[in-house]
Design a protein around this ligand. Sequence first.
Ligand code: DQA
Length: 155
Amino acid sequence: MSTPETASEKQFRILVLHGPNLNLLGQREPEVYGSTTLLDINRSLESMGESLQVKLSILQSNHEGALVDAIHQAWGQQDGILINPGAYTHTSVAIRDAIAGVALPTVEVHLSNVYQREEFRHHSYIAPVAIGQISGFGAASYRLGLQALVGYLRS
Ligand code: DQA
């Protein structure tokens, strides 16, 4: 007879979402976002995912509706969401409602420290529906976010 999996044994599935303009990382405002490309970030997350024994599905989109659709499709398929919503952080009630709707534990990450930047970046529609937010550590924000999400799921 098989015994139920405990949280520490289960292979968690995590949806990684990158919002608009993050496909330009490496060439986009390097003084703000650094020289790391999105491919570099994804590779580093994949290798971290392997060592943490979690399965990642990664998507970048410049379209709000595509991000909303991906969040809806995560329901029942994924155990958590790691998201850098990019500029939609500061504008998107739709992404916030999608996260609240699927009720999956979500960690919000930003490369730059949004609180040191323009005032319009100080407000996040996503933060109130996320379990936490990491901002300001460059590409490491994603790795810290993944670690935090996996720790949360296992606890
Ligand atoms: C960002 C911060 C947002 O304000 C900005 O619109 C982005 C990137 C970051 O990772 O620092 O596109 O989410």
